[in-house]
Design a protein around this ligand. Structure first.
Ligand code: CDP
Ligand code: MG
Length: 448
C-alpha cells in the first residue's frame, strides 16, 4: 500500500483523507489513480471492500475544477438506491475542504423535489439509471457536459434489465468522455459488452474475478428444508458464539417476510428487514438501524448484496444459495471489509447443491462443511414451493388481487403460518420463484 504522502493529491483531498485517518492508498487505489488521471477508459477489478469507491473518486476529484455551471460534469451510475446514498456521503467526506456540489438521484422518492435540486446545479451526480433517465426525459437534467462516466458494479449494470436503461443514457452522453468501470466480479459476457460499448479500456485488476477474500472465514451446512434452516439459524443466533451484527440473505421478498417474522418472534425488536417492496424511507432506516446497532440482525434480499459498506458486520448468513455464483461473492463481501475479519455461513439443500458447486468452482475452493448440531430439530413441514408442484387454478388477474400481504397474513401466529402456507400465498411464492429463474442474465432482479 502506498503512503498518502507519496501521492500527488491536492491539499484539500489530503486533508480530507487525514481527517478520515487514512494514511495509505489501497492497492486498487494506487494502481487506478495515475491511469484515471491520464484520461483513459478504465475497468478496475478488485475484491469487495478493498476501496474501489475512493479508487475512482480521488483522481476525479483531483481533476475537477471549480465551476458554477448548472449541468453536471461527472456522472456515477450504480445499481441501487442505497448505494447512491452511500456514495454521496463518501463524496461529501472527501470534498470537505472543497466546494464541490454533489447530488444523489434515485427512484422511490419525489421526482419533483429531485428535479428542483438538479435545477440548482451540480458538479457530480450519483444515480440509479431509471431515475436519471426520467429526469433527463422531463428536461430537468441535461447530460451534455458529462466528461466522466463511472459505472460502479459494472457487471450487474450491464446485465439485462439495466442494459436497456444504460443504452438510453449512453445515447445522451457526449461521445468524448472518459468511461470508468469498477466491480469485484466480471463475467466473459460482460467483457464482450465492454468491448462493444467502450473505447479499449485499460484493465486494472488486483485479483482475478471470483477470488475470495482470505479474511472472510467461510463455512456451510447441508440442511433438508426451509423450516429446518430456520431452526438452525435460531440455534446459531442463540448460541455461544458472538453473532454481533448479522446480515441474513434470502432469495425473495416473500421468504424474507416469513423469515423476518420468525426471527422477530425469537429475538424481538433487534431484527430488521430490507427488500424492494418496502418504502424508500423504510429501506434507508433499516440500513441506518443496522449500521448504528439498533438492530443486530438484518434480513435482506439481494437488493443490498452489492456495494454497501456497512461497518463491522460480523457474519453474513446465506439462508439459501444465490442463483449466480458472483452474487455469493458480493453477499459475503458485506463482511470482511477494509481487511477486517468476517465470517460467512451458507445453508444449502440437496436441490441447491449444484449452485453451491458453481460457487466453489468460481472461487476454486471448497467451502468447509459443518455438521448439523444435534440440538437442531429437523422439520418435516414443507413450505409451499418445497411441496410437489400443484397446477395453478387461477390466472394472473386473481394472483394480482391476492398478492398484497394483508393484515390477516401478518396477524397469523408464527406456528400456523409455517405449517399452513396454502392458497394465495402458495400461488404467489411459486410464481415468484418461476419468474426469478426465467430472468437469465439478471443477477439481482430489475427493481433496484
Ligand atoms: O467498493 P469496494 O467494495 O471495493 O469498497 P468500498 O465500498 O470503497 O469500501 C472500502 C472501505 O475501506 C471503506 O469503509 C473505506 O472507508 C475504507 N478505506 C478506503 O476506502 N481507502 C483507504 N485508503 C482506507 C480505507
Ligand atoms: Mg464498491
Amino acid at each position: 500500500m502506498q503512503a498518502l504522502s507519496e501521492v500527488n493529491l491536492s491539499t484539500q483531498l489530503r486533508n480530507a483523507m487525514n481527517d478520515l485517518a487514512f494514511d495509505k492508498l489501497t492497492p486498487i487505489q494506487e494502481k487506478s489513480y495515475p491511469v484515471i488521471l491520464s484520461g483513459e477508459d478504465v475497468v478496475g477489478i478488485a475484491q469487495t471492500g478493498t476501496g474501489k469507491t475512493f479508487a475512482y473518486l480521488l483522481p476525479i476529484l483531483k481533476e475537477l475544477k471549480f465551476s458554477n455551471q448548472v449541468n453536471p460534469r461527472v456522472l456515477v451510475l450504480v445499481p441501487t438506491r442505497e448505494l447512491v446514498v452511500q456514495i454521496v456521503e463518501q463524496v461529501k467526506l472527501l470534498t470537505k475542504y472543497m466546494s464541490t456540489r454533489v447530488l444523489g438521484v434515485y427512484g422511490g422518492t419525489n421526482i419533483k423535489t429531485q428535479a428542483q435540486e438538479v435545477g440548482q446545479g451540480a458538479d457530480i451526480i450519483i444515480a440509479t439509471p431509471g431515475r436519471l433517465y426520467d429526469l433527463v426525459l422531463s428536461r430537468a437534467l441535461q447530460l451534455k457536459a458529462i466528461s466522466k462516466l463511472v459505472i460502479d458494479e459494472v457487471d450487474v449494470m450491464l446485465d439485462l434489465g439495466f442494459r436497456f436503461q444504460l443504452k438510453n443514457i449512453f445515447e445522451l452522453l457526449p461521445a468524448r468522455r472518459q468511461n470508468i468501470m469498477f466491480s469485484a466480479t466480471m463475467t466473459n459476457e460482460v467483457d464482450l459488452l465492454i468491448q462493444d460499448y467502450f473505447d479499449a479500456p485499460t484493465q486494472i485488476s488486483i485479483a482475478v474475478s471470483g477470488t475470495p477474500l482470505e479474511n472472510i472465514e467461510q463455512s456451510c451446512y447441508s440442511v433438508v428444508n426451509f423450516n429446518t434452516k430456520t431452526n438452525l439459524l435460531a440455534h446459531l443466533l442463540h448460541g455461544t458464539e458472538e453473532y454481533e451484527k448479522v446480515l441474513v440473505f434470502i432469495a425473495n421478498k416473500k421468504s424474507a417476510d416469513v423469515l423476518f417474522e420468525f426471527l422477530e418472534n425469537e429475538f424481538g425488536s433487534r431484527v430488521g428487514i430490507i427488500h424492494s417492496n418496502k418504502t424508500q424511507n423504510y429501506r434507508l432506516r433499516s440500513i441506518e438501524d443496522f449500521e448504528n446497532g439498533t438492530t443486530r440482525i438484518l434480513v435482506a434480499t439481494d437488493v443490498i448484496a452489492r456495494g454497501l459498506d456497512i461497518e463491522a458486520i460480523s457474519h453474513v448468513i446465506n439462508f439459501d444459495v444465490p442463483q449466480y455464483p458472483e452474487n455469493y461473492m458480493h453477499r459475503i463481501g458485506r463482511t470482511g471489509r477494509a481487511e477486517q475479519a468476517g465470517k460467512t455461513i451458507l445453508f444449502y439443500t440437496e436441490k441447491e447443491l449444484t449452485r453451491k458447486e458453481s460457487i466453489e468452482a468460481l472461487m476454486e475452493l471448497q467451502i468447509p462443511m459443518m455438521d448439523l448440531p444435534a440440538e437442531v430439530e429437523i422439520s418435516a413441514v414443507l413450505t409451499a414451493e418445497e411441496r410437489p408442484h400443484i397446477k395453478e387454478k387461477y390466472g394472473n388477474h386473481k394472483l394480482a388481487q391476492t398478492s398484497e400481504p394483508g393484515t390477516s397474513f401478518h396477524e397469523k401466529k408464527e406456528k400456523n403460518k409455517r405449517t399452513n402456507l396454502g392458497g394465495a400465498y402458495k400461488r404467489e411464492i411459486t410464481s415468484k420463484y418461476k419468474k426469478a429463474q426465467h430472468k437469465r442474465g439478471n443477477k439481482g432482479g430489475k427493481k433496484r
